[in-house]
Each structure stands twice: as C-alpha cells, then as structure tokens.
Design a protein around this ligand. Sequence first.
Ligand code: PPS
Length: 289
Amino acid sequence: MARLDVTETFEGIRFPGHLHTQESLSFASTFPFRDSDTLLVTYPKSGTTWMQEILTFIYSKGDPGPAKTIPNWVRIPWLEHHYFKQTLQQTSKPRLFTTHLPQQTLAAALRKSKPKVIYVARNPKDVAVSFYHFHKMANFLPDPGSFDDFLHHFLDGSVHFGSWFQHIKSWLSCQAELGLFCITYEELHQDLKGCVERLSAFLGCPLQPDQIASICQHCSFASMSENTTAHLALIPREIMDPSKGSFMRKGIIGDWKNHFSLRQDTHFNQTYQQEMDHCDLGFTWRGLD
Ligand code: PPS
C-alpha cells in the first residue's frame, strides 16, 4: 500500500493515505477497548517513539528482548493505521496501542471502557520544527515548502493530523474523566528515572532498581538511535528518505531557537496566547521562551 500522494480526510482532519484509509479511521473510532489496555496518545513529534520504547521496557521489566526484536509499530501499534486490524491478532497482553487521533474521534469508544491513557505533550515550537523536518524526509507527507510556509499551516491547524492546539486542549479537557496520565517530553529529558517510576506506579507494574536502570540506559537518545526496531529506520527509502533527514534527528529541548526568526516567534506567541487563553494545562513548558 503506497498511496504516497493520497490524503484521507476524516472528521475534518487530514491524514496521510499511505497509513490511513476511511475504513481504518472508522475502525479506530469504534474500537472496543478493554479495561486492561493501555493507550498512548500524542500529537506527532511529541515523543511518541520514546514513550513506546519506555512502555515496552516497563512491561518487559527492563529486558531488551522485545524492544530489540519487534518493530515499534507491532509492539504498540497505531489504532488508526491500515495494518492495525491484522497486527491486533499478534498483540500480546496487556495490549498497548498508540494514537495521534483527536479526543473527539475516540470519545465514544473510550466511554465504553476504562483503558489506561497516557498523553505525552511537547513544547509546540519544538514540535513544529521536528514536524517540518519529518515532512522533508517522509514521502507520504506533503512537501512542507519553506519553514515559514510550514509554520503558517502548523499555526492555523491545516497540517496533516490537525491543529496541535485542538489536540492538546481536547485531550486535556477530559483529563479527570479519563484518569489521563499526562507527561511532557521535557520531563522525560529532565528526569527519565523519575518519569519511569511514576509510569510504573500508574501502570501497576512495579520495577526493581536494576530494571529501572536498564530502562533508562536503553531509552536514551543514543541507544534508541542504534535500535532500528525503535524507530522508522526499517522503512523503505521510497517512503522515508534517509538522505533527507533522520527520524532520530536531534532529540533536544529548544531546537526551535535555531529555526524561528523574531517575527515567527512573536506570531507564534500571539497565536499561542489566543488559542490557549483560559486553558490550564496543569504544567508549564520548559523552553517555550
Ligand atoms: S512520530 O513520527 O510522531 O512518531 O514522532 P515522535 O516519536 O513523536 O517524535 C520524534 C521526536 O522525538 C525525538 N526522540 C527522542 N528525543 C530524546 N530522547 C529519545 N530517546 C528520543 N526518541 C525520539 C526524535 O529525535 C524526534 O525529535 P527531533 O526534535 O526531531 O529530534
């Protein structure tokens, strides 16, 4: 299934047709979750792959076996991807899933059961930069044009996967209802060990100190860059072109400062203020200013 130039629009949001079909999006929106499932929710480029790796290691109790031998899209598949139904048959228990879908698409399905839901958020300026570079290498996403063009689309929400603002606002608005575990990319950076401890408590998956140490070692940027099953390096070059960039690109906080002009930063801050006014995220960004 190539469909590199196809765009699927579902509930007003555009998705790459290479990975999504109307049927797969519909299947995701009515998916029968179980209370024992864990759902990882992210806007693209917010630390999805990092959290997939951490969750894999928490459930394997620090054993690198599964993370080193099974690609991340099989270990913790995306609900909305076209291969999901097929992958589901191989999914071991407890079932772990990933999604980039907005909250309203999954609201009805999530009301029917109580899976554990983890939301990973990242400073949106760094998300925009990472997403821009990803567009350059991923042939299933549109040509982003200049960074200025891309930023414009990112801020008005017309990029694939929709508005970052709507995504975070809609998910965090049902934080209490869903018992959402919210964590940021920046927190993972600052204190990976502390984050792993919090996650293991949330998941009811106790870990020994040596297991936590193994997780922190294997989930570092350097280790994950070498583990091709952790990211998209296994994907053919017609789909993701390594000559145009790297999936494990920089993995740092604040790279936006190397990309944003003063004008772009001012415009971004104004849009952020307008969109996030009266929205208490419950945490403050590190690196937004
Ligand atoms: S995707 O395509 O939505 O699944 O992308 P996603 O995994 O959400 O985000 C990719 C960015 O996360 C960085 N990354 C990491 N940073 C620090 N440490 C670790 N271990 C790590 N793993 C992935 C990756 O480098 C992308 O960020 P940028 O800023 O582009 O480097």
